[in-house]
Design a protein around this ligand. Sequence first.
Ligand code: ZN
Length: 182
Amino acid sequence: MKRKTKIIIVIGISTAASVLLLMALSYEEHASYECLTCRCRRRTDKWGLCCYFGPSLKVWSRQVIRRSNIYKTLFTTDHQHKWAFVGGYSRYGSGLFSFHRVHGVYRDGSVPLMNDFCGFYETFPAFRDFIQAQIAEGKLTQDQVCRIVELPSGVFQDQNSPAGNSELAIKARRIFDEFNKM
Ligand SMILES: [Zn+2]
């Protein structure tokens, strides 16, 4: 075998071995968070190298924030998010070498569901317009709306609980009634 051919074979094998090793040692981590106040979503993604039981070397990461309609229309830029973990997963290895895999999206139940007012405001433009008109007419303050969206889920159905019988919840029910009559 010619010397040049041997060199090409050695380089080829070395390159293939390096690629396979990198694939075997690669990892990725993904996690999602939700703000308990304004319901913005934050997602973090990390990619790197590691041994399953060893230290890891982060190569690249990014953070993506999806701003909610609640945040965009009710909160100011100095709002402090209260991030709560929603779920995530990690994967070790890649392709044929993903045998070291810890997978599965999981929820730890730490994020309370949003109440109906919050859900309506986030989802329906007509409801947002209605609330903004109420604020403009002075029937409601922006601070009150911010506090209403923070009320616990089910608060409007449970009128006997302290939260369900609060001044804010009663006000929110009245607003719902007015909106439904339109
Ligand atoms: Zn927030």
